[in-house]
Design a protein around this ligand. Structure first.
Ligand code: ATP
Length: 341
């Protein structure tokens, strides 16, 4: 649905040239909920604004639904943008217009007849659960309700793509979840392709199917969410993952454990149905080792279970080797955090 090819965006300033996007290429499939995560200043907003040409790329291509946006005239671009909705952290609603009038706004600009606008606005109010707020003004709404208006307005022209720039960053955790659930429902109901720009891994964990990690203007890794979580390639991805699945052991405990003989510390990670397997019992029955559970967690990665278990395994070198062989045969991801003395 969206192909970004060798995209570069440079800004000139008195301090010199800033490269905000450095040769980024991504392929976002139709129906994906694609997260783009990075620290402040990484280039996320610039990248998402290049996707509808709110920012004009310095070079490279942005192809949406088969159309290279960088090649279009202003008139063609206005037309193409009707296929790309956008929502923002600070909503940007028109304060002097009611909820219904805000949602109607893009349709008025597109020259849709009044009768049709009224029908479409009703549908959209229903879609985002705001039927009772039709005549309210933005100042009378909560943050979550404002974002629902933002979503309805963005979907007014029936776009195939929705760009979300930190759409939940101004909301409390509970409201964030309700907005993410709404976006997931819309994605499933309408087959909409969603691009989520965020600095919060919990957003990616909740709803994204794919993720790209952007760092200092470059994509450092990308792929299906499950692959990136189970096998992160970059330190920055590991840092983001640890914000939702913290699994570091306290340093003083690690130091104490390092004095144990015939002991090693391993981290085991598992996805999906593996999460319900009695791994420890099977391991102890099959191999002649002892295990000390140091940390364990189990949570959802979208709708898939994702678990982590950190163990101290106790046994002689041959027994520990046997334990590794067993864990490998169960197709679990095993990482040795501290080797045996
Ligand atoms: N209009 C501009 N003129 C000059 N430099 C800019 C402009 N917009 C962004 N930049 C610079 O480009 C880089 C990327 O900025 P961008 O806003 O895309 O990052 P971000 O990841 O969205 O950060 P944040 O989460 O803080 O918004 C930064 O170094 C920023 O200072």
């Amino acid at each position: 649905m969206i192909q970004i090819n060798q995209l570069v965006k440079k800004y000139s300033s008195r301090q010199g040239t800033i490269i905000a996007i450095d040769n980024v290429s991504l392929n976002i499939l139709q129906g994906a909920i694609y997260g783009i995560i990075g620290l402040s200043g990484a280039g996320k907003s610039t990248l998402v604004r290049c996707l509808n040409l709110l920012e004009k790329p310095t070079s490279g291509q942005v192809v949406v639904a088969g159309q290279d946006l960088t090649k279009l005239s202003n008139r063609e671009l206005r037309q193409a943008r009707q296929n790309i909705g956008m929502i923002f952290q600070h909503f940007y609603l028109l304060q002097s217009r009611t909820v219904a009038e805000n949602i109607a706004f893009p349709l008025e600009i597109a020259g849709v007849p009044k009768k049709e606008i009224s029908i479409r606005v009703k549908e959209l109010l229903h879609l985002v659960g705001l039927e009772d707020k039709s005549s309210a003004y933005p100042a009378q709404l909560s943050g979550g309700q404002k974002q629902r208006v933002g979503i309805a307005r963005a979907l007014a022209t029936k776009p195939q793509v929705l760009l979300c720039d930190e759409a939940t960053s101004a909301l409390d955790p509970q409201t964030t979840l309700s907005i993410l659930n709404l976006l997931r429902d819309i994605n499933q109901k309408l087959g909409l392709t969603i691009v989520m720009i965020t600095h919060e891994m919990k957003v990616v964990k909740e709803i994204c199917t794919d993720v790209a990690v952007i760092h200092e203007a470059r994509i450092v890794e990308n792929g299906p969410v499950e692959s990136v979580f189970i096998k992160p390639q970059s330190d920055i991805a590991r840092q983001f993952i640890s914000t939702v699945f913290p699994n570091e052991l306290p340093a003083d405990l690690l130091k104490e454990l390092s004095t144990h003989r015939d002991s090693e510390i391993v981290r085991i990670q598992f996805l999906g149905s593996r999460a319900s397997d009695p791994i420890i019992t099977d391991l102890l029955r099959t191999c002649d080792v002892r295990a000390n559970i140091l940390y364990g967690s189990i949570d959802h990665l979208r709708s898939t279970l994702f678990g982590t278990l950190t163990l101290e395994l106790l046994g002689n070198p041959a027994q520990l080797k046997e334990a590794h062989r067993y864990l490998a045969s169960r197709e679990l991801k095993v990482e040795v955090i501290q080797h045996a003395l």
